[in-house]
Design a protein around this ligand. Structure first.
Ligand code: AMP
Length: 548
């Protein structure tokens, strides 16, 4: 097409979309809000200076454009500073998933070809044991919460705070191509090694701007505004803590970084620091709501965004009863992550809380700049009737363009210019999405498809159930049958017959078919979770298979 392309005047500035611009625009507000982590608290001017100091430390350690810098840390002010300083000098920030096994951590660090590693004292033993297998690593920088950093055999440049203190507090961050890679991290699939996704400056800036709009602009969705107080409960290694630290910094919001997640401490920080907005996967929110500190704390100020897995109705009801305003988002590692979010009209937001539960648990409306379709096996859009199901495929400016150094896997992810999510969903006439299951987790029984998520949600509504996972187990006659693992709520007895009777009410109301009721309901003490705290269905299936 012959469109008229911009012909810049001599001297015109072609503004690149770089992460540094998110920070500089944040500085403009002159906010007196603080960044808080442990005993440390400082304002945005200090944040800017500290980021410049870190950039100088990185440069002194030999890091330049195109190099990869790994971080192994809990959620901290240091991690926030690295979110900016590393990409702002043109290097790539590798968010190492500290919950992977040591072998997998080693694999991801080798694969990403990390050159410098920022490592918290708590992860020194893992990294010390791996050091021989990391030929690309030229040095380490120690992150410590103690006055005296732990002793280590690693070749370190020193301790973070001491190095920052000694570095200059200004740095002239250069312009470069907005398509330069800014961040990378690894996603664990159902088979094989973790796969590396990567995002550019342009992608992260657009994601940030869009997320800020989505979280603040709509009447019914006032999640994060300048006077809110933000505390993540999604680890900072997990998809950029869903991108919110970039948004919060751009807006000059008070930010509270809780270190290692400990539910009682999270609730104490909520109370003492005036936190108003957090996000986390459902299992983390569940732990926080049920910890001792939460029992007598008024949680009514908290706005919580959940996502990364389907929230069960039991959890959502509990949040509503505690006065928490909750929202559900949908996305994945490959999508930066945000694709869709609960969207309420002002009228819906004014309904009694219990009437909003169904609306808030849905997977939401695709946010602006997200083209999202639900398609059948031939790639045709399914009917928008909330019943027909298909696979979610998407396009937005912020999708990983492939998997690092694995073009064949990238080609499976992308199909005809659409990223295939592997999620099964339906969509209603207003375009509101409902994720039904992952394709791999749907239970195929007697020619019918049963959503494991729906069964979990229904079982979770029994008062004696604290947590539940449903998987398909092989069955000679029916192909697969659902099996439920159930964790009883504190001190209660769960009896599988009572749960079956509980499910019968949904058979009678037509929500599920009779054959969706699991014959096997096993009471367990805990349910295995993945490195990011989601129910680990792959492991559950493997454990069940091993037992047979
Ligand atoms: P990950 O890449 O580990 O963050 O996992 C992404 C996957 O989590 C998606 O493909 C979905 O299967 C699932 N997921 C994310 N958000 C939701 C949600 N709101 N409801 C149901 N499943 C979700």
């Amino acid at each position: 097409m012959n469109t008229r392309i911009i012909d810049p005047s001599a001297g015109a500035y072609q503004y690149p979309l770089l992460i540094k611009n998110l920070l500089l625009s944040g500085r403009r507000y002159g906010t007196d809000h603080e960044i808080v982590c442990g005993d440390r608290r400082y304002g945005y001017q200090s944040l800017n200076e500290r980021i410049a100091r870190l950039a100088n430390v990185l440069a002194d350690a030999g890091i330049g454009a195109g190099d990869t810098v790994a971080v192994l840390d809990w959620d901290s002010h240091r991690y926030l500073e690295a979110y900016f300083a590393v990409p702002m000098i043109g290097a790539v920030l590798h968010h190492v998933n500290i919950r992977l096994s040591a072998d997998q951590i080693g694999y991801t660090m080798q694969h990403a070809e990390d050159k410098l590693v920022l490592v918290h004292d708590d992860f020194l033993p893992i990294v010390e044991a791996l050091a021989d297998q990391l030929p690309s690593v030229e040095g380490y920088l120690q992150l410590s919460d103690e006055a005296q950093a732990a002793g280590t055999s690693l070749n370190t440049f020193g301790e973070y705070e001491a190095l920052l203190d000694a570095a200059a507090s200004d740095y002239d961050f250069p312009d470069f191509d907005e398509n330069s890679v800014a961040t990378t991290f690894y996603t664990t699939g159902t088979t094989g090694n973790p796969k590396g996704v990567f995002f550019s400056h342009r992608q992260l800036v657009l994601h940030t701007l869009n997320m800020a709009t989505t979280l603040a602009a709509y009447e019914g969705v006032p999640l994060l505004r300048s006077e809110d107080v933000y505390m993540p409960m999604t680890p900072m290694f997990h998809v950029h803590a869903w991108g919110v630290p970039y948004v919060a910094t751009m807006l000059g919001v008070k930010q509270v970084y809780p270190g290692r997640y400990e539910p009682n401490r999270l609730v104490r920080l909520y109370r003492e620091e005036g936190v108003t907005f957090s996000h986390g996967v459902p299992t983390v929110l569940q732990m926080v709501l049920n910890c001792d500190e939460a029992r007598d704390t008024d949680l009514g100020r908290w706005k919580l965004l959940t996502g990364g897995a389907a929230p069960t109705e039991g959890l959502v009801r509990q949040m509503a009863e505690r006065g928490i305003r909750f929202y559900t988002g949908y996305g994945m590692s490959e999508t930066c992550p945000l694709l869709s979010l609960t969207h309420l009209t002002p009228e819906q937001a004014a309904l009694p809380t219990t009437e909003q539960i169904g609306l808030r648990m849905r997977t939401g409306l695709p946010i602006a700049l997200v083209d999202l379709r639900v398609v059948d096996e031939e790639g045709r859009d399914v009917a928008a009737d909330d019943v027909s199901v298909g696979e979610v495929v998407v396009r937005t400016p912020w999708l990983t363009q492939g998997y690092y150094k694995e073009p064949e896997k990238g080609a499976e992810l992308w199909h005809g210019g659409w990223l295939r999510t592997g999620d099964v969903a339906s969509v209603n006439s207003q375009g509101v999405l409902q994720i039904r299951d992952r394709i791999k987790d749907v239970i195929k029984t007697g020619g019918e498809w049963i959503s494991s998520l729906l069964l979990e949600s229904l079982i979770s509504q029994h008062p004696a159930v604290a947590n539940v996972a449903v998987v398909g187990v092989p069955d000679e006659r029916w192909d697969e049958r659902p099996l439920a693992l159930v964790v009883p709520a504190g001190g209660r007895d769960v009896d599988s017959e009572a749960l079956k009777r509980h499910l019968m009410q949904y058979v009678e109301s037509g929500e599920i078919n009779k054959w969706a009721i699991p014959e096997q309901i096993r009471v367990v003490e805990s349910i295995p979770v993945t490195s990011v705290g989601k129910i680990n269905k792959k492991l559950i299936r493997e454990q069940l298979a091993a037992r047979h």
